[in-house]
Design a protein. Structure first.
Length: 100
C-alpha cells in the first residue's frame, strides 16, 4: 500500500493541510485506491489529526456522520493507519522543504 498526499494549497477549509489516498499495490485490492482521508491542523495549532472517510446524513434535521472504515475487533487498527498517514504527510513536508 502506498499513501498519496495532496496538499491543500487553497487553505479552504481553514486548518485542512492535505488530503490522503491509500493506493493498493498488491492483493485483492491491487489497482484500487481508497479516498476520503484528510490531514488537519489541530485546534490551537498543536499537533495534527487525520479524519477518515465518512458519509453524512440527516435525521430529524440533525447532521450525522457514518464512518465508512471501521475496526472489526481491534480498536487500535485505526490508530495504526492514522500514524502511517501522518508519517507520510511528514515525509511529504520534508521533501517539499528540500525542493524549495
Amino acid at each position: 500500500m502506498t499513501i498519496k498526499i495532496t496538499p491543500n494549497d487553497k487553505g479552504n477549509p481553514p486548518g485542512k493541510l492535505a488530503e490522503a489516498e491509500l493506493h493498493f499495490d498488491e492483493g485483492p485490492f491491487e489497482g484500487l485506491k481508497l479516498i476520503g482521508f484528510a490531514v488537519w491542523e489541530r485546534r490551537g495549532g498543536v499537533g495534527r489529526n487525520v479524519t477518515f472517510p465518512a458519509r453524512q446524513y440527516s435525521v430529524n434535521g440533525e447532521r450525522r456522520s457514518f464512518a465508512l472504515l471501521r475496526p472489526i475487533a481491534d480498536a487500535t487498527a485505526q490508530g495504526r493507519l492514522r500514524d502511517l498517514i501522518l508519517e507520510a504527510f511528514q515525509d511529504f513536508e520534508a521533501r517539499a522543504a528540500i525542493a524549495s
